[in-house]
Ligand binder design. Structure first.
Ligand code: ZN
Length: 117
């Protein structure tokens, strides 16, 4: 049986979704380590100037930059999620380029066939 172009699209969609599943967890934004002073007046870490490490997740929502405090134990998972999110964005850009290139290729083949007929 001859495969229609929609079968081809379904196969690609399945392949792409399987790739995307491998990229879970995903997030978009950035993670920064900051050093904050605490409220204890005699804290040795603050007196030394070391202060206390804290992690901040910065992201855009509704066109505004926002941030959230991140519990230390979540940092590795969130860091991985942000990295995966960047890979996902790269894949989406590739998909857009592929879509345009493929359309042009198929259109040119159609035009060529028409031209020789
Ligand atoms: Zn302190």
């Amino acid at each position: 049986m001859k495969k229609s172009s929609s079968d081809k699209v379904d196969v690609r969609k399945g392949t792409f979704l399987a790739e995307v599943a491998e990229l879970w967890p995903m997030a978009k934004g950035s993670l920064a380590e900051v050093h904050k002073p605490c409220i204890r007046p005699t804290c040795p870490a603050c007196i030394r100037g070391d202060k206390h490490p804290a992690y901040i997740y910065t992201y855009m929502a509704g066109g505004r930059r926002r941030c959230m405090h991140v519990p230390r134990e979540l940092v590795p998972r969130l860091r991985q999620a942000i990295q995966n999110g960047r890979r996902m964005e790269e894949r989406l850009v590739q998909k857009g380029c592929e879509m345009v290139r493929e359309y042009r290729r198929e259109r040119d083949m159609r035009d060529r066939r028409k031209g020789t007929a």
